[in-house]
Write a protein that binds this ligand. Structure first.
Ligand code: PHE
Length: 450
C-alpha cells in the first residue's frame, strides 16, 4: 500500500482509484456533447483521422508529461513548475491552467445543467410526450429560457462543490469507481441499438470514411487539437494535480495509455451512437451545440423501454460530467489552498461561487439574451477560447518543459519509462513532435504557414 508522504498531502487510496479518477476527469461532456458537435461541424471522417493522430502523438505523450510533473513535484498546477524550476517562467503554464479551469467549468456547468434537465425530463415523462416528437423545438425553447437553465446549472455546481469539499479520496475516487463502468456498458448497448435505426450506413460513412478535401481547411486541425486536449483533460494541470496525489510507487505509463485509449474509445462509441441517429432522423450533423439533445430523444422514442434508457443515459452522462467538473474545480482549489493557505471548504465555496456567476452569461446567450463575441454566442466563444487556445498553449509549454527544461535521463527516470524504445519515442514527441505540431496548427490557422 501507499506509504505516508513527508507532507500531509492527500493521496489516492489505490492505483486503480487514480486511473479511474483520471478517466472520470477525461470522460465527460467532451466525449459525447463536444465530440459530436465538433466532429459534425468539421465534416466527420477527416476530422476523426486527424483527431486520432493527435491523440497518439501529442495527447498521450503530454498526458505522460503531466503525470510525471505532478507526481514528482507533489504540488498543484502552478506550484509544480515553481518547485521543479524555481525562478524560471514555466509556471505561466500553471496560471493559464487555473484560468482555463474557471472558463471551462463556467460553461461546462451550463451544459451539464441541460443534461440534468433531460434526466428529469425522462423521469417525469415530459420528454416522453413531446408534441409531434419535436425534440428540436423542445430543446431550443428550454435553453432559450432565462431562469430555468440557470437553476439547473446552479444545482449541478452545488453538487460539484459538495464532492470537492469532501476531498480527494472519499469524494472523487469513490464516485468514479462505480459510475464510469456503468456508462461504458450503456453506451455500447445504445450504440448497437442506434445502428438498427436505418441511418447506420450514412452515419458510419460520415464518421469513418474521410472526405479528403476537408483536410484543406486549417480550422479542422485546430478543432481536432482543441478537442483532443479538451477530451483528455489536458494542458491545464488537471492531470498534474491528480498525479500529485500519487505516491512514488505507482507506475505512470500504463495509466497514461489506459486513460488515452479508453477516453478515445468512449468518444468513438458516442459517435457511433449519435451519427447514425442524426441521419436516421434527418437532422443536420453540423447542427451545433444542441446535436446530442436533439438527436438522442428520437432514439429513445423508438426504443422499447426508451424512457428508462433515456433516464439511465442522461443520469450516467450527468455522472460523467460531474467527475470531470470535479477535476476542473480541483485545479483551482488546489492552487488557492496552497497559495492563500485557505481551508478546502473555504476555497471550494469561494471558487465554486465565482465560477457559477461566470457561467450565467453562457446560459443566457443561448436565446434569452443575445450575448455574442466575435460572431459567436458567449458559450461557444468561451468553449473555443479555452479548448482551442488555452489548453493547447498550456500543453505546448508542458511539452517544452519536460522536453527541454529537464535532463533526458531525469525525464526518463521520473516517468518510469526508462531508457527504452518507448521512452525515447516519448522524449522525441515532447521535444519536437508535439511542440512543432501545436505551433504549426496555430500558425496555419492564423494564416502564417500553410
Ligand atoms: N475532459 C473533460 C470532458 O471530456 C473536460 C475537462 C477538460 C476536464 C479539462 C478537466 C480538464 O468532458
Amino acid at each position: 500500500m501507499l506509504s505516508q508522504q513527508e507532507t500531509k498531502r492527500e493521496q489516492w487510496g489505490s492505483r486503480i482509484g487514480f486511473i479511474l479518477a483520471c478517466l472520470g476527469s477525461a470522460v465527460g461532456l467532451g466525449n459525447v456533447w463536444r465530440f459530436s458537435t465538433t466532429a459534425g461541424e468539421n465534416g466527420g471522417g477527416a476530422f476523426i483521422l486527424v483527431y486520432l493522430l493527435i491523440i497518439l502523438f501529442i495527447g498521450i505523450p503530454v498526458v505522460m508529461a503531466e503525470f510525471t510533473i505532478g507526481r514528482k513535484s507533489q504540488s498543484d498546477a502552478v506550484g509544480s513548475f515553481q518547485k521543479l524550476a524555481p525562478g524560471k517562467p514555466w509556471f505561466i503554464a500553471g496560471f493559464l491552467g487555473v484560468a482555463a479551469s474557471f472558463i471551462i467549468l463556467s460553461f461546462y456547468g451550463v451544459v451539464a445543467g441541460w443534461v440534468m434537465k433531460y434526466f428529469f425530463g425522462y423521469l417525469t415523462g415530459s420528454l416522453v410526450n413531446v408534441p409531434e416528437n419535436d425534440f428540436t423545438g423542445y430543446f431550443v425553447s428550454f435553453i432559450g429560457k432565462t431562469a430555468e437553465p440557470i437553476i439547473w446549472q446552479f444545482i449541478f455546481m452545488a453538487l460539484t462543490v459538495g464532492i470537492v469539499v469532501v476531498g480527494v479520496k472519499k469524494g472523487i475516487e469513490a464516485a468514479n469507481k462505480v459510475l464510469m463502468p456503468l456508462l461504458g456498458v450503456l453506451l455500447i448497448i445504445l450504440a448497437i441499438y442506434s445502428l438498427t435505426l436505418g441511418g447506420a450506413k450514412e452515419g458510419l460513412t460520415f464518421l469513418f470514411s474521410p472526405d479528403w478535401s476537408k483536410l484543406a481547411d486549417p480550422h479542422l486541425y485546430l478543432a481536432a487539437l482543441g478537442q483532443a486536449f479538451f477530451s483528455l483533460s489536458l494542458g491545464m494541470g488537471a492531470l498534474i494535480t491528480y498525479g500529485s496525489y500519487l505516491s512514488k510507487e505507482n507506475k505512470l505509463p500504463t495509466a497514461a495509455l489506459s486513460v488515452g485509449a479508453l477516453d478515445t474509445l468512449v468518444a468513438l462509441t458516442a459517435g457511433i451512437l449519435i451519427f447514425p441517429a442524426v441521419f436516421a432522423f434527418g437532422l443536420d450533423p453540423a447542427g451545433g451545440a444542441g446535436l446530442v439533445f436533439m438527436t438522442l430523444p428520437n432514439v429513445f422514442d423508438q426504443m422499447p423501454l426508451g424512457a428508462v434508457a433515456g433516464a439511465a443515459f442522461f443520469f450516467l452522462l450527468f455522472a460523467a460530467a460531474l467527475t470531470s467538473a470535479v477535476s476542473l474545480l480541483e485545479v483551482a482549489v488546489a492552487y488557492f489552498m496552497r497559495k492563500f493557505s485557505w481551508g478546502r471548504k473555504q476555497a471550494v465555496l469561494i471558487i465554486g461561487s465565482i465560477i457559477f456567476v461566470l457561467g450565467i452569461p453562457s446560459s443566457l446567450s443561448q436565446g434569452a439574451v443575445p450575448i455574442t463575441i466575435m460572431g459567436k454566442d458567449f458559450l461557444t466563444f468561451m468553449d473555443e477560447l479555452s479548448g482551442n487556445v488555452f489548453l493547447p498553449l498550456g500543453g505546448l509549454i508542458i511539452a517544452l518543459f519536460i522536453g527541454w527544461g529537464w535532463k533526458k535521463t531525469d525525464a526518463l527516470r521520473d516517468s518510469d519509462l526508462g531508457d527504452t524504445l518507448i521512452g525515447n519515442i516519448w522524449i522525441w514527441c515532447v521535444r519536437i513532435l508535439a511542440p512543432v505540431g501545436i505551433l504549426l496548427i496555430f500558425l496555419n490557422k492564423i494564416g502564417i504557414v500553410g
